[in-house]
Every structure is written in C-alpha cells, then in structure tokens.
Design a protein. Sequence first.
Length: 292
Amino acid sequence: MSDGAQPIAVTTEAGFFNDDGLALLLVATLALLWWVEMRRPFLRPGLRALKNSYLTNLETFLFNDITLSVLSIPTLMFVAQQLSGYGLLSQMPDGPFKYGLTFVLLDLALYGWHYLTHHVDALWVFHRVHHSDRVFNVTTGLRFHFGELFLEVLVRVAFIGLIGVSAPVVLVSQTVISIFVLFHHTNIRFRGEDLLSRLFIVPRLHRLHHSVLRSEHDSNYGAVFSLWDRLFGTLQDKEPTAIGLAGVDEQHFVDLLRYGLPDVFQTGGYRGLARSLGKTVRSGTYLRPQRS
C-alpha cells in the first residue's frame, strides 16, 4: 500500500496479516474445527455420505480458488482501493473504532446479500449449490458456486466504495467473517451455545438454515451477529426437520457445476444462450423460498 504509516494489522504487505497469513489462518481454523466435529459430532450421518461431502466441498473450494484468480479478482480489489477515499467513513481517522464499525457494517451488508440470494431467483440458482449438501459439516462452509462468489466480490467492491475504507481492512474483516462461517457450519453442540446465540450465529442456529423445508431455511441469514435476524424478524430457533434440499440427491463436484448452471452451455448463438440463461433462472423457481 502507498501509506507507509498504515497499521500493520490492516495491510496486506507485511506481518502476519498478509494474503498468505490470512489464508494460513483459515486453513488452521478449518483443520481445528474438523478435528472438533470428528471427535464430538452432533448429527451422525453415514460414513460414505460424510466422505463424499468432505471430498466434494474441498474440490469445489480448490476449483473456486483457481477460477477466481483467473477472473482477476485482485484487479477488482485494486479498483475498489481507488474508490476507498470517497465513502461514508473516508474522513474518519483510522483506528480500532473505524475498523470495528467497518466489520459490523460488512456483516450487515452480507446479511442483506444472503437474504437476496434466497429471494431473487437468479441468485438462488447459484446459492442452492450451498444448500444442496445433505451432510451439515464444517466443509459445507466452503461449498459455493463460483458464480455466487464472483458476485459477492462485486458486493464487497461496492461496499468499499460506499463506506470508504481500504481494501485491506475489508480483506481482514472478510477473513474474520469467514472464520465465523466455518464455525457456524461445524457439526457440534456445546455448553453455553444458547447464551452465545444471543449475540452470534452459532451452529445450532445455522443448522436450521440448512433445513430441507423452505419455511425453515428462509431464516438465520447472519454470518457473525444474530442481531440482524432478531432486528429484521428472520430468526428461528429450533432443530431442522432434515438437512439438504427436497428432491436433490447426493452430488459430486461436477454435479455441483451443472446444478449451478444446468443449461448455459448449450449451442445456438446469442439467442440460444439467452434462452438457456432464462431456463437456468426459471429452474431455480421450483425451489423459490416461500414468500411470507
């Protein structure tokens, strides 16, 4: 970054909080939570289904990492960095209060984005890939279609421009949020979870979000704080009827890609592409979340 006096905790060029350090932190968190859920699982799926879920989700994660690199995500973040001096918080002095406020606002923005992925058919087409896992476990937090992840990057870019904070601050905030996402996908139940759920999204709350019933999985959208669900009336607190999506069987990596974009690659020129895109969006409507 050009500002040599910028605090080390929010740069991406020095110290632990660089791209490699943050990636290492995520991998270590994933390994730790996997070890915990293997020792004391709350739900007990079949071993074959669990192995398939682990393998499929890790393959999807690696594919997404490569694909998003090819799509020049760093370029998008660079563009966002150029906009960081014009947003709502751009004139606020750097420091813990500004970084904490950025974290809270980013969590609110991702709550809104998550809500939209359940209520806009063109977004649900991608997001249903995440919900198609029939085994709730920590690697489910890695199971996303690359189309959804690309759109989410655009959301973060817009957030940087609107709020007026640097891309590294958002990167660190996003990493912390990702750790919470891995945590609330972990297949565990622990003492004190009820108390913790008053402030944070815990595994018990997020399990319901992966219910096979639309009336149950249209709830608990938060990534970190349960405050947003309480505030906007989307919080439910009970165990799910079952995990997954109705009518969707166990899937492998290639199945997930097809499930997210089932008909886009058919031939027929631009008109054929337009028809197939329309069909793809309509294919998500049979799982359209119930309107309240």
